[in-house]
Design a protein around this ligand. Structure first.
Ligand SMILES: [Zn+2]
Length: 375
């Protein structure tokens, strides 16, 4: 279900915004239930087409609110030096994808709280607008959707503050426990456990509701689905944390591939494709220039250049050069490294010792190392 492709809509403050196609399902369901279930009871005398149009606009405004909620998390994260990959809307809400955890408890607290705070602000603003509209004598089809947006935003804020990971409230709880105990691992384990409890409780409530309420309770299924999703993410976070704890005792230098084959920066992409990607067995190469490593080149980097230009473009020109993001010290522990390898790019880190390239570590190396860890 979540393997559906995502469409990139653009950037907000430089952060890519994507919509997963699964989102269309919830957009359709919400519009449908607003048009036929909610609005006819509150706004009189519109045509079916008008109810549908009003419902679609309201549902869209709701998802804009969700994007703003995620944007609040992302901007606070970025201000704290955490790289935000993208914001994605999908069937069960929105998510800000980051490739590392916040560095301090205080920062995590502010970052986690920023989203619900934004939802509360949006909720109150919608209620104020609804009140102004009503005072000015605006019709019900303006006032009611505004107050509806007010309620759902407040609900989103409250729901997200439930104290279980991966909900925002779980992150707030983790930040508090982290601050008190100075033990991030233990704080994460606790927050993940309460997350599992909250998620499974939602599933249980849904099952009970459907058993008692029959067809009336069918909309609850979505709530149960979110519960199941929370429980599975929390369970995953719990297991990951256990593995991470073990990996904190393993050094990058002991799992890397030493003496990696490098590619010269002054050859053309044509030569690189032919001699390295076709002839070799690796999917990425550290690039050397003037005796120094300057970055990493991958097959997608090469493919991003039109085929007919390959004989004229030098490797160094398209090499990903953000060395700070791409290198790791051989003495670093694997639990830190696993976060940095989590995002799609670069998918591998250059291992350096005293500034000299001594190896390369890929996600596959870390996964292999974590498989050796007893859970
Ligand atoms: Zn949030």
């Amino acid at each position: 279900m979540f393997d559906l492709p995502s469409l990139r809509l653009g950037r907000l403050f430089g952060i890519p915004l994507e919509v997963n196609l699964s989102w269309l399902i919830i957009f359709g369901l919400l519009s449908f239930s607003l048009a036929f279930g909610v609005f006819p009871g509150a706004v009189d005398g519109l045509s079916v087409a008008a109810y549908l149009g009003l419902a679609a606009v309201t549902a869209l405004m709701f998802f804009v609110s969700i994007v703003l909620h995620e944007l609040a998390h992302s901007l606070v994260a970025r201000a704290g030096g955490v790289h935000v990959d993208r914001i994605t809307l999908f069937m069960l809400g929105g998510v800000s994808q980051m490739d590392e955890e916040p560095h301090t408890a205080g920062r995590e607290f502010v970052m986690a709280f920023a989203g619900p705070a934004m939802s509360f602000v949006l909720g109150i603003a919608s209620f104020v607008l609804a009140a102004i509209a009503q005072f000015a004598g605006a019709p019900a089809y303006v006032v009611f959707p505004l107050s509806y947006l007010g309620s759902v935003n407040i609900l989103v804020g409250i729901f997200n503050l439930l104290p279980g990971f991966p909900l925002d409230g779980g992150r707030v709880l983790r930040a508090i426990l982290w601050g008190i105990t100075h033990d991030l691992n233990r704080a994460t384990l606790w927050a993940a456990r309460t997350g599992q409890f909250i998620g499974w409780s939602m599933v249980a409530l849904t099952v009970a509701g459907v058993a008692v309420g029959g067809a009336e309770a069918v909309p609850l299924i979505w709530f149960g689905l979110i519960g199941w999703f929370i429980a599975s993410l929390a369970g995953q976070a719990y297991r990951q944390q256990i593995v991470k704890q073990q990996l904190s005792h393993v050094r990058v230098g002991s799992v890397m591939t030493p003496h990696p084959q490098t590619a010269p920066g002054d050859i053309t992409l044509e030569q690189l494709a032919h001699d390295y990607f076709l002839g070799g067995r690796h999917s990425r190469y550290p690039v050397m220039f003037d005796g120094h490593v300057i970055g990493l080149i991958t097959l997608p980097d090469v493919k991003a250049v039109p085929r007919e230009r390959w004989p004229f473009v030098r490797v160094a020109e398209v090499t990903e050069r953000d060395l700070q993001r791409m290198t790791v010290d051989s003495s670093a522990s694997l639990d830190v490294t696993v976060d940095r390898l989590g995002s799609d790019r670069p998918g591998a880190l250059l291992v350096v010792e005293a500034g000299r390239l001594i190896g390369i570590v890929t996600r596959a190396d870390v996964i292999a190392a974590s498989r050796r860890v007893p859970v």
